[in-house]
Design a binder for this molecule. Structure first.
Ligand SMILES: Nc1nc2c(ncn2[C@@H]2O[C@H](COP(=O)(O)OP(=O)(O)OP(=O)(O)O)[C@@H](O)[C@H]2O)c(=O)[nH]1
Ligand SMILES: [Mg+2]
Length: 345
């Protein structure tokens, strides 16, 4: 499950300062017969304490709501890293913590001086100068807060995947019909378009199985290139394959309408098979409505496996049947379903 769902809206510097100073300005002290400069001291100290309350508690909350990156599932850690690198987030959070400490010190030091203020105007000036210093500390972390805010927005929207339930990942080159397939098979409605890299994020669709619910993941397209050269979008697909997949269906477009050569697609298939030998891998040929028999035969020869199924996500021909066959054949899925059944309810 997504460990970032606890993240909330992250305010920017201006919003934080505005709230803190506005609340402080509303402070009133009970009537008393104390002398004016004593009352002024008390009032300015109360204002600074209010700023302390509001600002530092909110800054603390920003940091506290982030889970410890060392303790989260590697899938989510990898995914997070593709949005804002974990190093950047850690540094940003550390600078918020350190700004918080500096602000606390400014307030402590100013309160100390305020207790010795001899006139109301001296008290006001001391408080105003503390406001100035606090504002400048906050301005210095503005860009860091922006990084955190951006990360929180995206992290919160990560897909929720239940690792106890079966997971089928639909992978392949861009534009081969992965999102079309997921749309037909499941509740998910990812965008389908005729240009490559339409899908940039992982979406999860749910499918009813005999005894439990299965999850089917639409992931971004992959090119045939070394892992080290993969961009952050492709890394999301790799993370799903590496950490979540019980079964991978590699969709192959033999017609070239996707814009990529067949040998490259087959090379990707072989590379995934080599890199993740423990995951069950099923090649499926798509676009049978426009593929010529020669194109299909060529794909089958190149992949060098018997009985590679063929479907069309456009006409939906073969889709349901082929998918059910794959589910039935998968040992990982039947083991997972068995484990679920064996668990006491
Ligand atoms: N003729 C035909 N076109 C198809 C078929 N499946 C998908 N397409 C078309 O191929 C294009 C790409 O489909 P998508 O489902 O978006 O492909 P994708 O693999 O998710 O693409 P990316 O998200 O960019 O990696 C769209 O224009 C689809 O209409 C098919 O079986 N036959
Ligand atoms: Mg897609």
């Amino acid at each position: 499950m997504n460990p970032f769902t606890g993240l909330k809206y992250i305010p920017n510097t201006k919003e934080l300062l505005d709230v803190a100073f506005a609340r402080a300005s509303k402070i009133t002290l009970p009537k008393s017969k104390k002398r004016p400069y004593v009352r002024a001291r008390e009032k300015e100290i109360a204002k600074l304490n209010k700023v302390d309350d509001i600002l530092t508690s909110r800054l603390e909350e920003v940091v506290k709501r982030f889970p410890n990156f060392d303790n989260i599932h590697p899938f989510y850690r990898t995914l997070a890293d593709t949005v804002v690198t974990i190093d950047d987030i850690r540094q940003a959070l550390a600078s918020v913590t350190s700004a918080n400490r500096i602000i606390r010190n400014i307030i402590k030091e100013s309160n100390h001086k305020l207790r010795r203020a001899k006139t109301p105007s001296e008290a006001r000036n001391l408080r105003a100068s503390a406001y100035g210093r606090i504002s400048s500390v906050m301005r210095r972390i503005d860009s860091r807060l922006m990084v955190i805010r951006q990360a929180a927005l995206e992290y919160r929207r990560f897909p929720s995947v239940n690792l106890q339930l079966p997971v089928v990942v639909i992978a392949g080159f861009p534009n081969v019909g992965k999102s079309s397939l997921v749309t037909i098979l499941s509740t998910a409605t990812p965008e389908v378009a005729e240009y490559p890299f339409t899908t940039k994020k992982i979406s999860v669709g749910h499918i009813p199985l005999d005894s439990a619910e299965g999850q089917i993941l639409d992931v971004p397209g992959l090119l045939d290139r070394p892992m080290a050269d993969r961009n952050p979008i492709e890394q999301r697909a790799i993370a799903a394959i590496q950490y979540l997949a019980d079964v991978i269906i590699i969709l192959i477009d033999p017609t070239l309408t996707c814009g990529y050569e067949l040998p490259s697609q087959v090379a990707l298939f072989n590379e995934i098979r080599r890199t993740f030998p423990e995951v069950e891998l099923f090649p499926v040929i798509n676009k049978m409505d426009i593929a010529s028999p020669e194109e299909v035969q060529r794909a089958r020869n190149l992949i060098d496996l018997n009985d590679i199924p063929i479907i069309s996500t456009l006409t939906q021909e073969g889709v349901e049947h082929v998918f059910q066959e794959i589910l039935g054949e998968s040992e990982t899925i039947s083991k997972k379903l068995q484990t679920l059944q064996d668990q006491p309810h």
